[in-house]
Ligand binder design. Structure first.
Ligand code: NAG
Length: 310
């Protein structure tokens, strides 16, 4: 199907804001976790490390790729062994972060500091909670009702709505769909999506030429359950929050589309694709929406970390 192809035309914006500290619930579970970086990998090295990465279930923030450093998170108990193994493979590991929990706490401290000084809901210098994002979307719908309308394209496992703003000056144009936070922990995606909303509405005068030729559908957070969980419980939560296995919740929403879907029995894996294509209500809703709206010719899925544009 034509629209399905767009599922793979994913533009990955990779802005990595250095993480941050103060102890929070989320921080505590990462006490003494390390972040390890390898040297820049060659073709052979990246394929060797990919094999290991795939088998180990380790959380690679930056996957082994030719011409890139691989970056991974590891538990304190594993760190020494992994470091030794990477050294043995001559990949020149370096410890980037000795205690990830401190960085998480510092990040939260900075967010709170910026928030205490801000005058508007959105100030583009900060990450935003789901409540702040929703409040901003409400204001945009109320203030710019001539060009903005709201759609809900699904309900999540925990009963949240997946909200989409349709920004349009009239029918008959092709459309661009933009979403953020399909991976919950990739917090820079939502503000990037919201900035696009801001530019098209508050700064309509400067940007009206764009809206004369295309419409936008913008969904800042397409995995809101995971997003909230990443703020409240686990900073590095990536998946949805569906219950497939008591010990390991969630599905890698990114891999749940009915497009080159491949089964995998490891429900604990960070890339677990779900029990079936579009098993996740979030993806079911998003996928149906994209298929029904044939005017959508371009799909931008905002991710972060890894400095990649896929
Ligand atoms: C909406 O309008 C109100 C009242 O003028 C204003 O305070 C608020 O900042 C506006 N919000 C947005 C997102 O434009």
């Amino acid at each position: 199907m034509r629209v399905s192809r767009n599922f793979v035309s994913i533009l990955t914006f990779s802005v990595f804001l250095t993480a941050a500290f103060e102890t929070t619930v989320s921080a505590g579970r990462y006490k003494d976790f390390k972040v390890i970086k390898t040297k820049i990998l060659g073709v052979h090295e990246s394929s060797v490390l990919s094999q290991l990465a795939f088998k180990s279930g380790l959380d690679f923030w930056s996957l082994p790729r030719n011409g890139k450093n691989a970056i991974l998170l590891c538990e304190p108990q594993q760190a020494e062994e992994i470091f030794k193994e990477l050294t043995r493979l001559e990949l020149r590991p370096e410890i980037l972060t000795e205690d990830v929990s401190r960085e998480i706490a510092e990040e939260r401290f900075k967010i709170d500091q910026i928030n205490s000084a801000k005058l508007k809901v959105a100030n583009w210098e900060n990450f935003m909670t789901l409540d702040e994002i929703n409040q901003y979307m409400d204001e945009v719908v109320a203030n710019y009702s001539n060009i903005v309308s709201e759609l809900e394209i699904g309900t999540t496992t925990e009963g949240r709505a997946t909200r989409v703003l349709h920004i349009s000056t009239g029918p008959g144009k092709p459309a661009i769909f933009i979403n953020g936070a399909i991976h919950a922990r990739e917090w820079i995606g939502p503000p990037v999506a919201m900035y696009a909303i801001n530019q098209l509405t508050e700064f309509y005068d400067q940007n009206s030429a764009i809206l004369n030729s295309v419409d936008f559908y913008i969904a800042p957070v397409v995995n809101p359950d995971g997003y909230v969980f990443s703020w409240e419980q686990d900073r590095f939560w990536r998946k949805t929050r569906s219950l497939n296995d008591l010990n390991c919740l969630g599905v890698d929403a990114n891999r749940n589309f009915d497009w080159q879907w491949a089964p995998d029995n490891d429900m604990c894996s960070l890339v677990y694709p779900g029990t079936a294509p579009a098993s996740e209500p979030e993806i079911q809703g998003l996928q149906s929406f994209l298929q029904e709206h044939t005017e959508i010719t371009f799909y931008v899925d905002l991710h972060s970390f890894g400095q990649a544009c896929l």
